[in-house]
Design a protein around this ligand. Structure first.
Ligand SMILES: *Cc1c(COP(=O)(O)O)cnc(C)c1O
Length: 361
């Protein structure tokens, strides 16, 4: 199968093999070494000198961790949403009792930093901004650095969903002065689902000391204290740590620049090939098009789900579908993590062939 969805993504054989190793004591010295190496790898990718936390959960659990560890019920949040994952982050804040100021854009658009600033001026009691770095449902990457500047200059926390960007697109958390940044193992990290990664700034830790939202499993302070002892507070998904330990060897060999350049080049290829097929990108302004996932409108009158089905059944190409209101209207090609251009080429060759056949049929 050529799995071209934006997560879970394919994993290298050696990473899968590392994940298949025998269990060890999760409170013993051997696992402490694995956890230390993996945490060093996370710090390297997040570009921070303070330890990134990891938790056994999917990306959504990481988003929940960001919310419950920095806020109290009744706190106001400016929820920036450009697609289904922005909505999810907002829903989590809402579920835990945050008051919501909503900045929701048409799907396909990127958030405007100036509008974020204006909304913060209009709502001075907002405590935090929630925002998606890379909106996987529309293939749009928000200008996080500029959005963060608006939040910072008004002394607001900025909580960032970097689940499908971190490890593939630059997201230097300290240089951009972000407060909480979340990622998830099954996206660009070349490992299976099961772990979420959460960076917290000094300001986030100060907010944590005051934060009253209920939390137990996702308590960041407990996670940090356990990490200092080389442990997780709970039994972790050890196999994913073993796999990630190996994946970091591969990532470090390629280097940050190498990883980011490869994603940029494959994304450039994907977009130009899609346009050469006469298809339209979902991102309204191509300068915000994502380097990890490309979302494409099916042409008018074409049965996209039939094409996706044939691609899978006859050619072993698994395309991503549309989420929420885009279901059946778009397809998405994931190009993050362990990916080379030829895999995207192969997928788009098949899309071209099937589109041609559906037009002559
Ligand atoms: C995948 C993803 C998530 C988390 O999804 P899980 O299924 O919980 O791992 C969150 N945000 C974005 C942008 C994502 O791509």
């Amino acid at each position: 199968m050529n799995l071209r969805i934006p997560g879970p993504t394919p994993c290298p054989e050696e990473v899968l093999a590392a994940g298949a190793q025998q269990m060890m004591n999760h409170r013993g010295p051997e696992f402490a070494q694995v956890l230390r190496r993996v945490t060093d790898g996370l710090n390297w990718m997040f570009q921070t000198s303070s330890d990134v936390l990891s938790a056994t959960t999917s990306g959504t659990g990481g988003l929940e961790m960001a919310v419950v560890n920095t806020l109290s019920p009744g706190d106001k949040v400016l929820a920036v949403s450009i697609g289904s994952f922005g909505e999810r982050f907002r829903s989590i804040a809402q579920a835990y009792g945050a008051g919501i100021v909503s900045y929701a854009l048409e799907w396909g658009e990127a958030a405007d930093p100036k509008e974020v600033g204006r909304l913060l001026d209009e709502n001075p009691d907002v405590k935090a901004v929630t925002v998606t770095h890379n909106e996987t449902s529309t293939g749009v990457t928000n200008p996080i650095e500029a959005i963060a500047k608006e939040a910072r200059s008004r002394d607001k926390l900025i909580l960032v969903d970097a689940v499908s960007s971190m490890s593939s697109i630059p997201c230097p958390v300290e240089r951009w002065d972000l407060d909480v940044v979340v990622s998830g193992s099954q996206k660009g990290w070349m490992v299976p689902p099961g772990l979420a990664f959460v960076y917290m700034s000094e300001r986030a830790w100060a907010a944590n000391a005051e934060a009253k939202m209920p939390r137990f499993y996702f308590d960041a302070a407990k996670t940090r204290d356990s990490l200092a002892k080389g442990q997780n507070p709970w039994t972790p998904a050890m196999s994913i740590y073993f796999a990630l330990d190996k994946a970091f060897e591969l990532m470090r060999a390629e280097g940050l620049e190498g990883i980011f350049t490869r994603h940029q080049a494959i994304a450039d290829y994907t977009r130009s090939r899609v346009k050469s097929l006469g298809l339209k990108l979902v991102p309204v302004d191509e300068q915000f098009a994502s380097n990890t996932v490309t979302a494409v409108w099916w042409p008018e009158g074409v049965d996209g789900s039939a094409i996706s089905k044939r691609a899978r059944e006859e050619f072993g190409i698994v395309l991503g579908g549309g989420q929420g209101k885009l279901q059946g209207k778009i397809f998405r090609v994931g190009h993050l993590g362990w990916v080379q251009q030829r895999e995207v080429e192969e997928a788009l060759d098949v899309v071209e062939k099937l589109l041609g056949e559906s037009r002559t049929a």
